[in-house]
Design a protein. Structure first.
Length: 470
């Protein structure tokens, strides 16, 4: 730096001191160099063209960008080739490439039908026009796909464009990009490989289909479904085994994609569990239920699916099939946080009949179970209409949970006369808490059986209940 400090760029611009500003382009301070480039662009003197072209290679990226804008303002044809070179230079950064594209437009340059034109449309993010160029766009798009520093959305778009063009040169780069850090890119790559349809992509796509990611990725990513669809498009029988296995996947999107791919491969579902999984994936519940016992385990497996419609359909199907193997999983579904699912499971258990009573009684005896599960169990026991339901329901009358007691009273009343003797036994028993006496009395009064008159009077005389309670 000179003894008089940095040059006064503003003053030189006012005086249109082009020579001084060109000299300032080489100043040690990058902000001075950038200000000088900006000033030269505004002045528009052709003497600045060559120095600004040289500045396109400056180590300071902001100066490179400003120099590109300045060259656009000056409008000298000598800048065309250097600016085209900038379009292709991935290391220069997107802002610089976009500045170069704008500058070329100001210079009246029209994108050609070759790679230069492809680079221009890629920088402008006009993927349709890049694809329309076909063969010349392949190498530029491959370069963008490989650029780890490029934005994930751009790499994803490049992969999609390569799939639309369908040139075999893209095969190996696309296969390599199946390991890209962005799930969106991997999905686009799998789809592109499916469109190209080359059997060399078969094994890499099978590997993607089999590889499960973290829980969040499994839930939100469509990479593995895209791989399944791509395998269907390639139509090679070597993918059959992996796709059949994928029918049993915990991700509904993978199951659906696998079923579609198997259809493309001409696979006919059998009468066993594989066939049941296929129809479940296709959401053809009627055909899955028709397989009866072969469909039980598949339906049990999807009782926990994240898709409520699938869970409910599975519960309904298990009720229709009526196999006792489904009992414990259906009872476990009574603790599902979704009310519609609990109702579907309850209806299915009712259809299983008397065999469900003892397991449901066991639920009522487990005080640690969640309230909604115990309430659901109470409902199901009553609907099954089994005499064994009375004692466990009466036991609930001693429960400290008001909601469960009220539910038990309501269901006992529905049982009617069969419940009267056990209720009278509660009223006559010693050591029962006031809560139990009140609940039992409430149930007896609502049933309206004359046999209850004497024990009710006795317990009122004993002041264990308030008159208002009965």
């Amino acid at each position: 730096m000179g003894i008089f400090g940095p040059p006064n760029v503003e003053k030189m611009e006012v005086k249109r001191n082009v020579g001084g500003l060109i000299k300032a382009l080489r100043h040690e301070k990058h902000d001075v160099r950038q200000a000088a480039a900006r000033a030269l662009g505004r002045i528009g003197d052709a003497r600045a063209v060559e120095p600004l072209i040289a500045a396109l290679k400056d180590k300071y990226f902001k100066l490179r960008e400003t120099a590109a804008w300045a060259l656009g303002y000056i409008g000298d044809a000598r800048a065309v080739e250097p600016l085209i070179a900038v379009l292709k230079d991935k290391e220069k950064g997107l802002d610089l490439r976009q500045a170069a594209a704008w500058a070329l437009e100001q210079l009246g340059w029209k994108p050609d039908q070759g790679e230069d034109g492809a680079w221009y449309w890629i920088v402008r993010r006009d993927w349709e026009k890049a694809v329309a160029l076909g063969f010349p766009a392949v190498e530029p798009l491959i370069a963008v796909l490989k650029d780890a520093y490029e934005d994930g959305d751009v790499r994803q778009a490049a992969a999609g464009a390569l799939g639309k063009i369908g040139d075999a040169r893209a095969l190996e780069p696309l296969i390599a990009a199946l390991k890209d850090g962005s799930s969106g890119v991997r999905q686009a790559v799998a789809e592109a490989l499916g469109k190209i349809g080359d059997v060399r992509a078969l094994e890499p796509l099978i590997a993607v289909l089999k590889k499960k990611g973290a829980d969040w990725e499994e839930k939100y990513s469509y990479v593995r479904p895209a791989a399944a669809r791509a395998l269907g498009n390639i139509r090679d029988s070597r993918a059959l085994e992996s796709l059949i296995t994928a029918l049993k996947d915990g991700n509904k999107n993978v199951r659906q994609a696998a079923a579609g791919a198997l259809e493309q491969l001409g696979w006919n579902p059998d009468q066993g569990e594989d066939g049941a999984w296929y129809w479940i994936a296709k959401r053809d519940w009627r055909k899955a239920v028709a397989l009866r016992s072969q469909a039980v385990e598949p339906f049990i497996a999807v009782l926990k699916d994240e898709d409520l419609d699938v869970c409910q359909a599975a519960a309904v199907a298990l009720g229709k099939i009526g196999n006792s193997r489904a009992l414990e999983p259906l009872i476990a579904s009574l603790k599902d946080g979704r009310n519609d699912m609990r109702l579907a499971a309850a209806d299915a258990i009712v259809k299983l009949g008397a065999c469900a009573v003892e397991p449901l009684i066991a639920v009522l005896k487990k005080k640690e179970e969640e309230r909604h599960m115990r309430l659901a169990a109470i409902d199901v026991i009553v609907k099954i209409d089994d005499i064994r339901a009375i004692e466990p329901l009466i036991a609930v009358l001693e429960d400290m949970d008001q909601y469960e007691r009220s539910a038990a009273v309501e269901r006992i009343v529905k049982i009617g006369a069969h419940a009267v003797k056990p209720l009278i036994a509660v009223l006559r028993a010693e050591g029962k808490g006031a809560i139990a006496y009140q609940a039992a009395a409430d149930a007896i009064v609502k049933i309206g059986d004359a046999r209850a008159q004497e024990p009710l009077i006795a317990i009122l005389m004993d002041k264990k209940l308030n008159t208002s309670d009965v």
